[in-house]
Each structure stands twice: as C-alpha cells, then as structure tokens.
Design a binder for this molecule. Structure first.
Ligand code: MN
Ligand code: MN
Length: 318
C-alpha cells in the first residue's frame, strides 16, 4: 500500500514566482524523462517482477520517483503562485493580465486550461503519455533501458540547473539530479547481478554473425576503433563481394497457393511497364521555360500522339 507523508523528500525554497521557469520545470514533471515517467516505469516493472531483490529495488525507486514528482510539482506550484491567483480572481485589467501572462512565457494551454497548476504535460504543453514507458518484462533489457532513462533524466536536470539562478531551486534540482545518478548505479548493479546478462533474453545469437562489423558507410570520414576493428571484429569493407551475408542469392521469395499465384500473375500483367515506348505526356504539352528536356512528339516510337492535337489545342486556349 502507499502512504503519504506530508513532508517533501527535499525542502523546496523558491525565491520568487517565475511562470516561465515553471513551464520549463514541467519537462521533469510530465515530460518524456520526467518523474512521472520514471515512477510508472519502475512501478509497472516491479509489479511484474518475480525476483525478490529486483522487485524490492524497483518498488523502492518507483516510490522515490513519486516523491521526486512531488518535489518538482511543488517547485512548479510555487513558481506559478502569482499567475494562478491573478487568473482565478480576474482582478487585473484584461489587457494587463493578457500582457502579464504573455510576457511570462507561459503557454496559453497552461494558463487557460490548467490555470497555472502543475499539469501532466511537458515544457511544450504535450500531455504525458504511457508511451514514455518502454518496458519489455525482460530484466536484461529493462534494466538497460532504466540505466539510459536515469542518465537522460540526469542530463535534463543539469540543463534546468543551468537556466535558473534561484539558489533554492538550484539546490533542490541538484538533489533530484544526484538521486538519478544513484539510481543508475543501483540499476547497473542489478543488471550485473544477473550472471549472463548479455545478450538480453534467452536465445543465443548466431555465432557466425556475432562478430561481424559491416562498414556500410564508406568514403572520407571512415574511422577505425575498438568498436569496429581489431581482434573482436571480422570487418567487412567489400560489401558487393560479401553480400548477401548468408551465401544465398539475396532475393525474397514465398511459396504461393495456386489460386493466389494465378491472380498475382494477372495483376502483374495488367500493370506491366512497356520499356519500348517513349510516350508523350501532359508534361510535354505544358512544358515551358525551365522544364528541362521533354519528349519530341514527332519522333518514332511515341505511340500516344493521336491524343496530342486535341490536348495541344486545349492548352493553347488556356
Ligand atoms: Mn527522480
Ligand atoms: Mn531516478
């Protein structure tokens, strides 16, 4: 069960309201790398987890992320205090309120629809979506995704810290950022506590393809390093010689049922290209300066010129 403690995980001291900054902070409230996404990611993974250690870890971190959601949401609420009251009470002159909100950089949606309260959207007003959670119920895949999610969240906090000079906000964001570092460490440990954690899942890779590096982007700028060259890699530079890699003919085929094969043959015949013709088209009739080379209607092999005089006449009348 969940219980609520009225004290925040970290004290929020905001020097003065700043609606523009509040909008930026929403990125970590309802954004892709924000606290709600993190909490839901670990909570749902924890519910489905069978390993006692990972379940405990996921539930601990999920609950801490909800506490972070509370901290960042409280920062948003404090930064919006003045604007929220002005919107609600309508005491300012209309023009003055319009100017105040316009100059604050708050989105119209945040102001008009959500009234300046913390809303589950990102800094551009895009609503939170469960699509931010990419769990696959396979710990060796999910833990890697969690590690990446924590490192993304750390970076977004770093950027938010760089856009404010409010010492109280800087301090609280510094705490939240640091917790994402700690979470990343826990997830790394949990991943390596699984003895065979690479490759993810159960099926092994096909041995003869596992060490191949395919140099598909060639030309100036080709760089060799440990990621594509050296003892771990069988590097392929001559693509035309070695493809298809399985030694087959490189075509795609399927065994069709007799009925389907017949219909397919009819369809192919109906839409077949005639490579022997050079037809006159609307492009030729309407061609003006800049049209490039066009088809000469008098030339042999252009079979469609019966239609041309009428079309040319129509074109001349335009
Ligand atoms: Mn967090
Ligand atoms: Mn975290």
């Amino acid at each position: 069960m969940f219980m609520h403690n009225k004290r925040l995980q970290y004290t929020v001291r905001v020097a003065e309201p700043n609606p523009r900054l509040a909008t930026m902070m929403l990125e970590q409230f309802g954004g892709a790398d924000g606290e709600l996404a993190a909490a839901m990611r670990y909570f749902t993974q924890g519910l489905g987890e069978d390993d006692a250690g990972r379940k405990d870890l996921l539930m601990d971190i999920a609950t801490e992320e909800l506490s972070h959601l509370e901290v960042i949401g409280s920062i948003v609420a404090m930064l919006n205090k003045g604007v929220k009251a002005q919107l609600a009470e309508g005491v300012m002159e209309e023009a003055e309120l319009y100017r105040t909100i316009g100059a604050s950089g708050v989105s119209a949606k945040e102001a008009l629809l959500f009234g300046g309260g913390p809303s589950l959207m990102d800094s551009a007003g895009v609503p939170w979506t469960a699509a931010y959670v990419d769990s696959r119920s396979e710990p060796t895949a999910d833990l890697r995704s969690n590690i990446a999610a924590e490192s993304r969240a750390k970076i977004v906090y770093e950027r938010l810290i760089n856009v404010t000079d409010d010492p109280g906000i800087k301090e609280a964001l510094g705490f939240l950022m640091t917790r994402e570092i700690a979470h990343q460490k826990s997830f790394e440990k949990a991943l390596y506590a699984i003895e065979d954690n690479f490759p993810s899942g159960k099926l092994p890779g096909v041995e003869k393809y596992a060490n191949i590096y395919v140099n598909t982007s060639q030309g100036e700028g080709d760089v060799q390093g440990s990621w594509n060259s050296g003892p771990q890699w069988d590097r392929i530079d001559d693509l035309t010689e070695t493809m298809p890699i399985d030694g087959g003919d490189g075509t795609a085929s399927v065994a069709l049922q007799a009925g389907d094969a017949k219909v397919l043959e009819k369809m192919s015949a109906r839409t077949q290209s005639d490579t022997s013709v050079d037809p006159l088209t609307g492009v030729d009739l309407g061609a003006g300066p800049g049209a490039g080379r066009t088809t000469d209607g008098d030339q042999a092999g252009a079979p469609n010129i019966e239609a041309a005089p009428a079309m040319a006449e129509a074109a001349a009348k335009r």
